[in-house]
Design a protein around this ligand. Structure first.
Ligand SMILES: [Zn+2]
Length: 201
């Protein structure tokens, strides 16, 4: 009886700690691993959702529309995950990509959410406008998301994700160019890691 009570108590605790995150069962393990690198987001409301198709990207993090009328603490975020992605006209299921690469991808999206959480309402609106209008701003936003992930100790995952895209012969050159243009390079990532390590000493 006591064991049963303990079991219910632990289920209660587990559901309490995950109450802010809505995650589809099929990717629950991977997403939870990525989230464990971001304890600051434990009480942030985030919904992970599969979508048939996302323009130009595989995943996308954004605040919900209603969040613009709420205080920072009560904002809600959605991370959309495209059900499929294409490698030179062949379609793959996103949930089937290797574990570490999937985790790295989610880690990058969580980096965007950290970046959004740093901004007040007006700044967030301005950010959205600039993202649509300015290519330089996209570079800035994507590099910020990568930097958050690396500064949270996710460099191995982020490097694997990049390696997967850049060294996958079947991925189109235009997609690789996009990645090189908008994201941190492996050298820059290593530099951030060195910086973090000297700061920790
Ligand atoms: Zn991004």
């Amino acid at each position: 009886m006591r064991q049963l009570g303990l079991l219910f108590f632990s289920i209660f605790i587990v559901s309490m700690t995950n109450a802010q995150h809505t995650i589809p069962d099929s990717i629950n393990n991977h997403v939870t691993t990525a989230l464990s690198y971001y304890p600051e987001l434990d009480s942030t409301n985030i919904e992970f959702k599969f979508k048939k198709n996302i323009k130009k990207s595989t995943m996308q993090a954004r605040p919900t529309f209603g969040s613009f009328f709420r205080s920072r603490k009560h904002r809600r975020y959605v991370i959309l995950i495209s059900e499929k992605f294409k490698i030179s006209n062949e379609e793959f299921r996103t949930r089937d990509i290797p574990k570490d690469i999937f985790i790295g991808w989610i880690g990058h999206e969580l980096g965007h959410i950290m970046d959004y959480q740093d901004r007040d309402k007006l700044n967030l609106i301005w950010f959205g406008i600039k993202y649509v209008l300015s290519d330089n701003h996209i570079v800035e936003a994507e590099r910020a998301a990568d930097s958050y992930a690396v500064n949270h100790g996710m460099e191995d995952f982020i490097l694997k994700t990049k390696d997967f895209i850049l060294n996958h012969a079947e991925i189109t050159q235009s997609y690789k160019d996009r990645i090189q243009k908008y994201y941190l390079s492996p050298e820059e990532i290593m530099h951030l890691v060195e910086q973090r390590e000297t700061e920790e000493k």
